[in-house]
Design a protein around this ligand. Structure first.
Ligand code: HEM
Length: 239
């Protein structure tokens, strides 16, 4: 039996045949290369989103009793990985800023109505992290885990590092939420630089619409962190 190769294991034939600029037969080389760059940045982002979602689901499951003994240390391992991956997603967006505007303008009509707004994985991630309108599964699982230890998330915020792994989960959630927010801000900066006031390919107003969609994940955890200040104010001190 032939030994397994790197290319076979990673299915590179398939993977590397999927970057097909629509301008390849019609435009100058620099435009085709810019479109290639645009496709790679989006495909790579979708692959990392896939890993982020499975890791977040595993981190949530590790905090719930439905899947055996909850294990917050295991959850932190997944959450720390997600934190790093959020940084990668962000950096890919920053790299894409090196795509020349004039080349983008030339291949953009070929996108038709295709838009990142149709990214199912992105919306799934948004749901997992939650915002003011949707309580998030991950934070709810953390609250449940903390309650099972006879504590509240507010106490974890107040006592900090002395609560051990509970503190590490809370910190990881903030890291992930802020990492996602940084991605959204970088995306807005990119849209504004690349489109000005032009509408998006999905028909939205573009930068204005994207600005309205930016929320900080884990609002309840942030509120509880804020309460730490109140708890520490000595009585009689004006706030
Ligand atoms: C030149 C680069 C980019 C431009 C000009 C751009 C532009 C836009 C615009 C205008 C929208 C609003 C929807 C619409 O009307 O089309 C949008 C949404 C979106 N784009 Fe991008 N985008 C860029 C790069 C990326 C990259 C690299 C990703 C990575 C996957 C991405 C993912 C998304 C997602 C997930 C949404 C939906 C966001 C939400 O609903 O809050 N975009 N993009």
């Amino acid at each position: 039996m032939a030994s397994l190769t790197y290319a076979d294991y990673l299915q590179l034939d398939k993977l590397l045949s999927m970057q097909e600029p629509r301008t390849s037969n019609t435009a100058d080389r620099e435009v085709v290369l810019a479109e290639h760059f645009f496709i790679v940045a989006h495909q790579a982002s979708e692959i990392w989103l896939k890993q982020i979602i499975v890791d977040l689901l595993a981190a949530t499951d590790a905090l719930r009793p439905d899947y055996g003994n909850p294990d917050a240390n295991l959850s932190v391992e997944y959450l720390d990985r997600v934190s790093s991956l959020m940084g990668l997603l962000h950096d890919q967006l920053v790299a894409l800023e090196k795509m020349p505007l004039r080349h983008f303008a030339e291949f953009r009509p070929h996108l038709g109505t295709a838009s990142g707004a149709q990214s199912q994985q992105f919306h799934q991630l948004d749901d997992l992290l939650g915002n003011d309108e949707r309580p998030d599964g991950l934070f709810a699982a953390f609250e449940g885990y903390v309650a099972a230890q006879g504590m509240s998330v507010g106490t974890v915020c107040r006592l900090g590092a002395s609560t051990g792994v509970l503190h590490r989960v809370a910190e990881a959630l903030i890291d992930i939420g802020n990492g996602f927010w940084r991605w959204k801000i970088a995306h807005l900066g990119m849209i504004s630089a690349m489109l000005g006031e032009q509408p998006g390919t999905a028909g939205s107003s573009g930068a204005g619409y994207i600005a309205s969609r930016i929320h900080l994940p884990f609002p309840e955890l942030r509120r509880l962190r804020g309460e730490v200040h109140q708890a520490l104010v000595p009585s009689g001190t004006p706030t």
